[in-house]
Design a protein around this ligand. Structure first.
Ligand SMILES: Nc1ncnc2c1ncn2[C@@H]1O[C@H](COP(=O)(O)OP(=O)(O)OP(=O)(O)O)[C@@H](O)[C@H]1O
Length: 765
């Protein structure tokens, strides 16, 4: 018997033994959980039986409350335990099918015997709870698997560095408890498994990469020191994958202090959120809060304003560039994305400390109670050294006090008695009991009057507490209508005119939304995201310097990871001062670059790198496919039939997700219309929250972060992608393809294709 066969038999025997252990554990836990379940049901059913309810004396009330609390605590403890066992059972179930994916034999320098370390998605102890049958991929020793080759190696623990030697490194593919593949490897993680993982068809949800994490990705995943980690990685280099593995790692590493609720992931759109939603549960972790920056802003700004989405802004920009009309808005976009504008707002706020804040009159039943002038006088009589937001709190306290006095006077008015007549019977009874309890004798009418006034003023009290007496939008508008800043950008007057008009109709453009919120929170104070301990921002290249500075201000104590690719900055007007660019002047940061692209075949990467700015740095992973195909058509009318043929060819090759990526939503609607009745096509819009396999048509900005088996660009003619600013859009579209890329062009193909060496693609005329 060859040693290879012998090894395989032995390894399968070990797999079988581990699965036996898992079965025993599973049985034990299942009987525990069944007992617990009964226990919880029983506890819930008899919740009140074990509590003696006595509310005669105040001491009794306290005792009753105490006993309810204890009972509730017992119940929630049991429920928590039940949940924990449920989670363990789920993990065991996953391990049963594929207990591990890697093995290293490590001989520590100070020891003679080798340790056989088997690595899987979670750890498993033997029945005596003494030895690890499986090590969690996040355990310190597991880093050897990702970082080191055979020979001398070391890993970090909290107690320092452990040195030794790796004598064996083995990879497994185990499915349904059977070893399907087994490879010994000298290098870090051999190409073999990765080739397999990358050669598959695209799926509608992202997969975890735990078995094949690459060394440079592992640096991102296990980075613990940096409070700001910035990852610039080329398209398909595994940024999103690494980000999700990193979250799983942090949740494990800091499991005592970090919960899923303390981690927030900002992603580009809801479709993307659903695309990646599976990864963490697959790794046995709960999903973290995922939101888009648009939703984040909407929640803080409130419903009063309509906020333009970044995609609407994008559509607008693309349309404008074509028609070249609205220069002012384009200039405004540039300026409002910059730190200069943030500085201008700060100066405006200093000016507001002296004068000009707009307040609202406080009226009640048509009468003026406190005028805006009175509020303004009070505000400006306060010490200038106190911050504006703190002064607002003082004004609120003062107003609430005034209101109390007004309330007292109001209660004797005639309308109060009339309204009292409308109170419910229950209110009367309550008033009666209350009057009995009062030491000073108050008659029932007095009590009813008090009740009516209290109710009538309650909404106003709430508004005053929320600082609603400040007219934020009209104060902000003054920045654009009355105030004279010392330094202004080119075209300022026109920018002012447009912004003031938008504010009047309660509309915030995407470029205005963050500055407005920044301003609002400077005046009213902001709710800092203290509970957020880790913030991960994917597609970070699409955030402007202003937006990022705002995020830094509201999360002052949060550790951040930014991942992006400056070559995919499709909102080109914000690429200056972009946080991903090293010169952007952010404080202490750690930067990691990923240059290897895993998504696309070598042929696609070699094609796209020609028009990626700084593309020489991009390295393809060694996976072969066909060269990209450029189809030159002589007239627009030919697009339809050509698309139908191409789609069919891709379907015949077995591809399941075929995406027609367009420049704009408008174009994608036209293509969907064109193919209607001939091809079953799904159109993806901003409102699409999950996608299915099939033939899809979508604008490039919605394809961000996602990948497809085959991509067709329906119109890459020079007329369509004719501006330098289209470069990143075109690059992003092409790099969504995993296996095949076909580009159609009517007449001349765009300038970017012309930059590519001609042997890197095939042409069909
Ligand atoms: N170590 C790895 N093992 C297996 N697959 C990997 C690995 N790294 C990346 N991939 C695969 O490569 C593809 C691209 O990864 P991912 O989407 O994370 O890249 P990205 O850098 O975020 O891309 P983009 O910026 O273009 O959206 C995915 O299919 C992912 O599963």
């Amino acid at each position: 018997m060859s040693s290879e066969v012998k090894n395989r038999i032995e390894e399968q025997q070990r797999v079988d033994a581990v699965i036996d252990e898992i079965n025993i554990k599973e049985e034990k836990l299942s009987s525990q959980i069944a007992g617990l379940k009964e226990n919880v049901v029983e506890l819930r059913k008899n919740f009140w039986d074990d509590i003696t309810v006595n509310i005669e004396e105040s001491d009794d009330i306290i005792e009753t409350q105490e006993s309810i609390k204890q009972q509730a605590a017992l119940l929630s403890e049991k429920e928590r335990y039940h949940g924990k066992i449920g989670q363990e059972l789920k993990t065991l179930n996953k391990l049963k099918s594929s207990p591990y994916f890697g093995r290293i034999d490590f001989i520590e320098d100070s020891e003679l015997e080798k340790d056989e370390i088997y690595i899987g998605i979670a750890s498993l102890m033997d029945k005596n709870e003494e030895d690890f049958l499986i090590y969690d991929w996040r355990a310190p020793i597991s880093s050897l698997y990702y970082d080191s080759s055979l020979g001398k190696a070391q890993y970090q623990t909290i107690n320092g560095q452990i040195e030794g030697e790796i004598a064996l490194k083995r990879q497994f593919i185990i499915r349904q408890g059977q070893i399907k593949g087994m490879f010994d490897t000298g290098v870090t993680i051999g190409d073999h498994l990765l080739q397999q993982a990358l050669g598959n068809n695209a799926s509608t949800t992202m997969k975890n990469i735990v078995a094949t994490i690459q060394k440079e990705q592992n640096k991102i995943i296990r980075n613990e020191k940096s409070s700001l980690l910035i990852v610039q990685g080329v398209a398909g280099s595994g940024k999103t994958s690494a980000a999700l593995q990193r979250i799983a790692y942090l949740l494990y590493r800091y499991r005592e202090e970090l919960n899923a609720e303390n981690v927030v992931l900002l992603s580009p759109n809801p479709l993307f959120s659903s695309y990646i939603a599976n990864v963490l549960p697959e790794l046995g972790e709960s999903n973290v809060t995922q939101t888009t920056f648009l939703d984040f802003l909407k929640e803080r700004i409130g419903k009063k304003f309509t906020i333009e989405s970044p995609f609407e802004q994008m559509e607008y920009v693309l349309a404008e560039m074509k028609d070249n009309q609205d220069v002012a808005r384009m200039k405004g976009m540039d300026y409002k994305s910059s730190l200069d504008f943030k500085q201008m707002i700060d100066q405006f706020i200093s000016y507001l400390n002296e004068e000009a804040i707009q307040f609202r009159n406080i009226t009640f039943r048509g009468d003026m109670l406190i005028s805006k002038e009175q509020i303004s006088d009070y505000f400006y009589s306060l010490d200038k050294e106190i911050s504006i937001s703190n002064k607002m709190e003082l004004v609120s306290k003062w107003l609430l006090q005034e209101l109390r006095q007004i309330q007292r006077l109001e209660k004797d008015k005639d309308w109060v008695l009339e309204e009292a007549g409308l109170l419910d019977k229950e209110d009367y009874v309550n008033a009666y009991y209350e009057s009995e309890e009062q030491e000073d004798i108050i008659d029932e009418e007095e009590l009813l009057r008090r009740e009516v006034v209290k109710r009538a003023f309650s909404a106003m009290r709430k508004r005053l507490k929320r600082l609603d007496f400040v007219h934020i939008s009209s104060t902000y508008k003054k920045l654009f209508t009355e105030w004279n800043p010392s330094v202004v950008p080119e075209g300022w007057q026109e920018i002012c005119k447009q912004t003031a008009a938008d504010l009047s109709r309660l509309y915030l453009t995407w470029e205005d939304a963050t500055p407005y919120l920044y301003f609002k929170e400077k005046l009213l104070g902001n709710v800092r995201g203290r509970s957020v301990r880790q913030l991960i921002i994917d597609e970070a290249q699409d955030y402007s310097a202003f937006q990022f500075a705002y995020i830094r201000e509201i999360f002052p104590y949060t550790k951040m990871t930014l991942l992006g690719d400056i070559n995919q900055a499709i909102y080109s007007h914000i690429s200056k001062e972009n946080p991903l660019v090293p010169e952007a002047g952010i404080g202490k940061v750690e930067r990691i670059m990923l240059t290897k692209s895993y998504r696309s075949t070598r042929q696609i990467v070699e094609f796209t790198k020609f028009f990626a700015p700084g593309g020489t740095l991009i390295e393809p992973f060694n996976r072969d496919g066909d060269k990209p195909l450029i189809i030159k058509l002589s007239k627009q009318e030919d697009i339809k039939e050509r698309l139908i043929t191409n789609i069919q060819e891709f379907k015949d090759k077995g591809y399941e997700t075929i995406a027609l990526i367009c420049k704009t939503l408008k174009e994608s609607e036209e293509i969907a219309q064109l193919l209607h009745g001939r091809v079953s096509i799904k159109q993806i819009t901003e409102e699409t929250y999950a996608f299915e396999k099939g033939i899809l048509v979508l604008p490039v900005y919605l394809a961000k972060g996602i990948e497809f088996d085959a991509v067709i660009i329906p119109d890459a003619s020079d007329e369509h992608f004719g501006q330098e600013s289209d470069r990143t859009i075109f690059y992003t579209a092409c790099t969504r393809a995993m296996h095949e890329l076909t580009i159609l062009s009517v007449k001349e193909p765009c300038r970017f294709i012309k930059e590519v060496q001609t042997d890197k693609y095939e042409v069909v005329e």
